[in-house]
Design a protein around this ligand. Structure first.
Ligand code: ISJ
Length: 193
């Protein structure tokens, strides 16, 4: 599947390798983040919930969901995890793809928390942020050029963190696509008295 197909709603759900996020990640506090994007990159609560506040219609487009070997560069984040369920989605606000998200759900995590095994087009955040035992690790950020149409010409900002659900880990990475800036403008309008 060519990257340009990723935004076509007809894009087939086929087994494809994950878009590589093997870039230079740093603790968010060590980064000079763009002021408008910083609240999104540092959002400690659900990104889904934040996006929904600025959309008339929020949608998850499932790009890929498959059992995969955990890439070597992710092993320090999920020690002892050999295989995990890879989940790649696009989060749409109305007619704009705003976030590309890539999550790695270790086999033991999804064997224990069955709903995570077949989320489909239901937002991951709607499930995990309802769980009382949820803890979020520190947020790392990076700038990258993705094999996605919106991120080929421009650098996109990304964040990632490891969540723990009663000790069961999962890694979530989110790349903010340029369309997010249109939501930021809406946010600024809302914030302006
Ligand atoms: C973790 C969250 O879930 C969001 C939804 C995702 C999905 O459905 O795969 C992945 C990452 C997040 O953007 C969140 O809402 O913060």
């Amino acid at each position: 599947m060519m990257p340009s197909d990723l935004f076509s709603t007809e894009c087939a759900f086929v087994n494809t390798p994950a878009i590589s996020l093997d870039v230079h990640w740093q603790p968010a506090r060590a980064q000079a983040l763009p002021s408008q994007l910083a609240p999104w990159l540092l959002e400690p609560a659900s990104l889904t919930a934040r996006l929904k506040r600025y959309c008339r219609q929020f949608r998850v487009q499932l790009l890929n969901e498959q059992r995969s070997t955990l890439p070597v560069f992710l092993q320090p984040l999920l020690p002892g995890t050999a295989t995990a369920q890879l989940r790649e989605v696009l989060l749409w606000c109305d007619d704009k793809p705003c976030v590309y998200a890539q999550s790695w759900l270790p086999a033991h995590t999804i064997e224990t928390l069955k709903p995570l095994a077949d989320l489909g087009e239901r937002p991951l955040g709607d499930y995990i942020f309802q769980q009382p035992g949820l803890q979020r690790g520190s947020i790392e950020t990076a700038q990258l050029q993705l094999a996605l149409p919106q991120c080929v010409a421009a650098l996109c900002h990304a964040r990632r963190s490891v969540f723990s659900l009663n000790g069961l880990p999962l890694l979530v990475a989110e790349v903010f696509l340029p369309a997010i800036t249109e939501l930021q403008l809406a946010e600024a309008d809302v914030a302006t008295p």
